[in-house]
Design a protein around this ligand. Structure first.
Ligand code: AMP
Length: 183
């Protein structure tokens, strides 16, 4: 089972992807986590990614695509996975479509003002979470990532879920959407 989570920053993709992954015994692959770990380890990928992440911009495709393609060939990814934060533009969709056949895309939507409040209220002390950067990340999302919703809808793979609810309610909706696919 190969799933993709789509949605703006702060919509709860990471939380829901983790919950579903542990429930369904699938690997959770977050490109944001992979990039943050690369930065901490001081790898070449981390060095290339850092300045983009700090500005709320997308890291160049060649960096992220290479990271994902390598990860998807590892043994533990063969039984399936949940992608969280990838693909994020149409060029990445193209790369992914050559590497894997996606079974479903789960789209969590939440309004911008609620997202800004959520992200700034997280208090996780993430460096990229100033209001200006959060708004930049939202603009990047609306311009580059939102078109992916139409792409997966056209292929009949999209499940749209209202993300402006409690974690439990969203999680139930996610399970209802993919329940038939996982067990
Ligand atoms: P996230 O944790 O998914 O919000 O990602 C944090 C940051 O990592 C983003 O703002 C981007 O700078 C970078 N990033 C994560 N995934 C991607 C991707 N698929 N393409 C480009 N940049 C990404």
């Amino acid at each position: 089972m190969k799933l993709v989570f789509l949605g703006p920053p702060g919509a709860g993709k990471g939380t829901q992807a983790k919950l579903l992954a542990s429930d369904a015994g699938l690997l959770h692959l977050s490109t944001g986590d992979m990039l943050r770990s690369a930065i901490q380890r001081g790898t070449e990928t981390g060095l290339s990614a850092r300045s983009f992440m700090e500005k709320g911009q997308l890291v160049p495709d060649r960096v992220v695509d290479a990271l994902v393609k390598e990860r998807l060939t590892m043994d533990d990814a063969q039984a399936g996975y949940i992608l969280d934060g990838y693909p994020r533009n149409l060029a990445q969709v193209e790369v992914l479509s050559k590497a894997a056949e996606i079974d479903a895309a789960l789209f969590l939507d939440v309004e911008d003002e609620i997202l800004v409040q959520r992200i700034l209220g997280r208090g996780e002390g993430r460096k990229d979470d100033t209001e200006e950067v959060v708004r930049d990340r939202l603009t990047v999302y609306r311009e580059q990532t939102e078109p992916l919703v139409g792409y997966y809808r056209m292929r009949g793979l999209l499940h749209e879920i209202d993300g402006d609810r409690s974690i439990d309610d969203v999680s139930s909706a996610v399970r209802a959407a993919v329940g038939g696919l996982i067990r």
